[in-house]
Design a protein around this ligand. Structure first.
Ligand code: FNR
Length: 370
């Protein structure tokens, strides 16, 4: 093991808070990134999710669930699972239990889509909610977005409460913790980013005000289930879903520092990929997460376009504690073993990511021969 540790940084042991991340064959810092699969019919997790998640679970591995809606107003796509009803909690239980039987740690990613939604996904066909009434450009990402309704200040607390209740339900379903989805242009990020947030109350304007909603969600969730069970995902540099920010460095750093107050177990940040550019006569890659990594006192997870080589580099250079893999883990259920053996990887098939089928593009990617 010692020799292997020296060779493959991604396969070295790590303790994330109270969780010891060590696989059955080897120790490991490879995380399953949250991946929406659109196979939870009527927002209820299905029995076929047992196979999907257990295929990717190993002893001491760390899995993050697909984005899971916190309330009936939270859905933005077809057949996304929820965690706001008793039926949904009950349906999650056997999935979580099966993952635990394989010895893995499982967090539920709790999410509210905000304006990234449509009348059809909303209770009684009302408008989706957001911090703003500015809608997404129709047809963006091939979706039919409906114009949102701007939340009144006195309504905001009830949406914070949705996250608190969802976290409570996730623990009841057996999850080890929750990841608050504060990334990719969904509700929390809509509040954070100045391309979206045009409020004039205490939830808009200054950086502190724009981050207030996110931090109040974190506080409510921490108070409900304890900081050792809470992580958050952020994407300060992302411009997706028309949610860019004029100063992503400041936003990321402010959040990393502010999160320390709550003692949450991890901060998970999406790495924006970019070509090296000339800064002060030196070629540097923009979008470095190093300032956030240095500021945050808990476990730091990176994600976004990582392969074996740069994942290992991220760990070896102490750029991150853990690396989350999305598309590669989707297409390679035995990804840690493949990286250990330096085995060829299955290619992912984008056309099947969001099929509704319970098998195709979901649980039919081949494993390596034993
Ligand atoms: C995603 N991603 C994503 N992110 C998130 O926070 N919640 C989610 O539910 C999803 N769903 C999702 C579905 C699919 C099919 C893809 C491809 C991606 C983003 C994902 O977690 C990850 O950040 C990106 O895929 C970039 O990492 P990789 O794939 O380059 O390792």
């Amino acid at each position: 093991m010692a020799g292997k540790e020296a060779m493959i940084p991604l396969l070295t042991p790590y303790e994330m808070g109270k969780f010891n991340l060590s696989h059955s064959y080897f120790d490991c810092r490879i995380v399953l990134a949250p991946l929406t699969r659109c196979r939870s019919y009527n927002n209820v997790p299905q029995p076929h999710a047992v196979l999907y998640y257990t295929q990717r679970a190993t002893n001491g591995g760390f899995l993050i669930s697909e984005a899971t809606g916190v309330a009936s107003t939270a859905q933005g796509y077809q057949d996304i699972p929820g965690i706001w009803t008793k039926e949904q909690v009950k349906a999650w239980k056997p999935i979580v239990e099966a993952v635990h039987e394989k010895g893995a740690i499982f967090f539920c990613q709790i999410c509210h889509a905000g304006r990234a939604s449509n009348y059809a996904f909303q209770p009684d066909g009302v408008a989706p909610i957001s911090c703003t009434d500015k809608g997404l450009t129709p047809g963006l990402d091939g979706q039919d977005w409906s114009p949102p309704r701007r939340l009144r200040t006195n309504e905001i607390l009830s949406f914070i409460n949705d996250f608190r209740l969802a976290a409570c339900n996730a623990i009841e379903a057996g999850f080890d913790g929750v990841e608050i989805h504060g990334a990719y242009g969904y509700l929390i990020e809509q509040f954070m980013k100045d391309q979206v947030n045009d409020r004039t109350d205490q939830y808009g304007g200054s950086l502190e005000n724009r981050c207030r909603f996110a931090l109040e969600v974190v506080e409510a969730v921490v108070n409900e289930i304890g900081p050792d069970k809470v992580g958050i995902r952020l994407s300060p540099y992302s411009k997706g879903m028309e949610a860019g920010d004029s100063n992503p460095e400041a936003l990321g750093l402010y959040m990393a520092n502010a999160l320390n107050k709550f003692g949450i177990v991890y901060l998970h940040v999406i790495q924006q990929r970019g070509k090296a550019i000339k800064i002060n006569d030196k070629y540097e890659t923009p979008y470095s997460l190093l300032p956030m990594r240095k500021a945050f006192k808990g476990t730091f997870i990176v994600a976004g376009g990582y392969n074996s080589e740069d994942g290992n580099m991220a760990i070896a250079s102490n750029y991150a504690d853990l690396v989350a893999f999305g598309r590669l883990f989707l297409a390679n259920p035995d990804l840690p073993r493949r990286l250990e053996l330096n085995a060829p990887l299955n290619r992912y098939d984008e056309t099947t990511f969001y099929l509704s089928d319970p098998v195709i593009g979901y649980t039919d990617y081949p494993f390596l021969e034993p």
